[in-house]
Design a protein around this ligand. Sequence first.
Ligand code: OGA
Ligand code: MN
Length: 283
Amino acid sequence: MPSDLAILPTGAVLGAEIRGLNLAEPMDDHTFEAIDDAFARFGVIFFRAQHITPQQQVAFTRRFGTIEFNIFGERWSVPGAPEIVVVSNVTENGKPVGVRRAGENWHSDMCYAARPPRGTMLYAIETPALYGLPLGDTEFASAAAAWDALPDDLRQRIEGRRAVFDFTGRKRAFPPTADEIARNPPVTHPIVRTHPRSGRKCLYVMRDDCTGIEGIPAEEAEALIAALADHIVKPQFIYRHQWRPGDVLMWDNCTVQHRAIQDYDLPQRRLMHRTTMGGAAPA
Ligand code: OGA
Ligand code: MN
């Protein structure tokens, strides 16, 4: 393990920076284990000042789980690297080079899938700024800390319940095709998940994607989903990441929810390479 490896918690309830590693170099299993542990513990980890190729990003992502392909990748992947989705506001010859408005509202990636991805990784190549002030932050909310803060009677009320997650519930940047809708029928997941590594309980509820809770009348379920979704994203549960070019950051889709802050526009450019790591059905 490199002797200068350091894990620096952000000071918020989630997130840590990992220093002393060059992700373009081979990584031994001990070092990887330390990173994987930090990932489970902090929910978000990031490495600054990296320079990695698409192949290196894919190989690093693969150590956390099989690569997942998603609906965006079918439209915007990196040439020669179908595993990487381009997230960007940049246009070339009048055409967007990537998916532009990824995740403006609070969400957990692909929660509408039977097996949502364990985690998602973004490699920041260009990040927007104005007058030297960074723009285009990403906010992360700890669904684990949010669970910890729930009163006992509410915990008892929701534990063991399942919610319906519906792909068509959320308005997307690009309206899904009939084929995509057919391939993503509604699924159910527990609204209180247990993280397979950290053992922490995490709320798994969000507006729009969650369309109902089994065993609770529709109107009441709607109110409960809204109340829980709002609870998760309270300021005390949030870490806000200010991007710098060269950041490699990953989040755990069980422990955290996230949203992109859309406070910039061209000529401020934002260009990210995104990979997702496969996961199991939430339990
Ligand atoms: C995503 C996402 C947020 C961002 O890629 O899943 O939500 O800030 N991105 O780009
Ligand atoms: Mn997302």
